[in-house]
Design a protein around this ligand. Structure first.
Ligand SMILES: Cc1cc2nc3c(=O)[nH]c(=O)nc-3n(C[C@H](O)[C@H](O)[C@H](O)COP(=O)(O)O)c2cc1C
Length: 353
């Protein structure tokens, strides 16, 4: 999926935002190399195949979005055995690569020994990566996504080393600590030092909001591999701009963002019957865009109760939302549980954010 010798642009996992319909939208431009699924939490029992297929419906279609973007499966948890078994389930279901989440800052997740909590136990990171590595076929790469540390930025050196020692094929670094949450600053130069230290590729992540940010991040990290999260969804032109800088696609024509058209695209990839979830997702999306400064009318959409109201608030007449071909190709997409994720402990959805 990610080759050391070729540049890559990765769509970040964002729980509640980059679900299957959004991944399809983001995949359409051809800018991203692959996407990482929202995290699937593993606690007490291995991930059931049905849960996996519900959240990563692309696995039913060769592991790609209907727009052709490969999707990597991300797992989160603290138990090497359960994560290994779950990775085996994912690989058997067709996952081409597994990512392990060592960065989630959500208190519920951290209280249950998942996400960024592991940053305090470097050897556990190694053991988890090694167990997952051993559980999947050699052709299925395992990667790790880390923050710099729990509360110390220099924890990244040992943690990244341990992830690589466990067999991570690449390491993604979100350049802030867990304590920082999403507050500035991001420490890109430290990502560069990790890149120099490791023998595997390092994917630089955090606060690439513009092409100018990308250039700074590239210069400060020396990386050839990058991950875009909020910036990519808040500004649908960003990924193409960055991909062109990386030589992945031809330079795009720069145009104004047509938000109603963007929202219609997401609705087109949303399976019938999943409108309520889609409206939530669109609001999350437009909230990010408003914070980013690329969408000015969030006040008008935030109270919209359904698709028709949402489109009206965007200034669009509520016409048909699904193109027949789009609807056909996403027939297998089970409605997302919105912000709920399966807690395999109880085998029922729990809200983790
Ligand atoms: C709403 C939201 C949900 C996220 N969910 C995940 C997740 O499921 N797994 C993960 O590894 N990171 C998750 N992240 C972190 C992002 O993948 C990324 O590391 C972070 O947003 C920094 O990149 P950015 O500044 O380009 O957004 C999430 C971030 C946000 C804002």
């Amino acid at each position: 999926m990610l080759r050391p010798d070729a540049p890559a642009l990765v769509l970040a996992p964002m729980e509640g935002v980059t679900d299957a319909p959004m991944r399809a939208v983001q995949g359409a431009g051809g800018a991203f190399t692959f996407a990482v699924s929202e995290f699937l939490r593993v606690a007490q029992v291995p991930l059931p195949r049905g849960v996996l297929l519900r959240h990563v419906p692309e696995l039913r279609a060769g592991g790609r979005t209907p727009t052709g973007l490969p999707v990597q499966v991300q797992l989160l948890g603290g138990d090497p055995g359960l994560l290994a078994e779950s990775a085996g389930v994912a690989a058997a279901a067709g996952a081409a690569a597994i990512d392990l989440n060592f960065g989630c800052p959500a208190p519920t997740v951290n209280r249950h020994d998942g996400g960024a909590t592991l940053l305090r136990y470097p050897r556990r990171i190694r053991d988890i990566v090694a167990a997952v590595r051993a559980a999947v076929p050699a052709g299925v790469p395992v990667s790790a996504k880390l923050r710099l540390g729990w509360d110390r930025v220099d924890a990244i050196f040992e943690n990244a080393e341990m992830a690589a020692a466990g067999g991570a094929a690449w390491v993604t670094v979100h350049a802030r600590t867990r304590t920082q949450g999403y507050a500035p600053p991001v420490y890109w130069p430290l990502v560069g030092r990790v890149r120099e230290q490791l023998n595997v590729p390092v994917v630089a992540n955090g606060d690439i909001r513009t092409v100018a940010d990308f250039r700074r991040c590239r210069d400060e990290t020396g990386c050839r591999h990058f991950m875009l999260g909020r910036g990519a969804v808040a500004d649908p032109r960003l990924a193409a701009g960055v991909a062109a800088e990386l030589g992945l696609i031809a330079p795009p024509r720069v145009a104004a963002i047509d938000w109603p058209a963007e929202v219609r695209r997401l609705l087109a990839w949303t399976p019938a019957g999943a409108d309520a979830g889609a409206v939530k997702r669109v609001k999350q999306w437009l909230r990010m865009a408003a914070a980013h400064g690329t969408f000015a009318r969030f006040d008008a959409v935030k109270r919209a109760a359904g698709v028709a109201e949402l489109l009206a608030a965007l200034g669009e007449p509520a016409g048909p939302q699904r193109s027949p071909s789009a609807a056909r190709s996403v027939n297998d997409f089970t409605p997302s549980a919105g912000h709920a994720f399966n807690d395999s402990t109880a085998n029922s959805p729990v809200t983790v954010r």
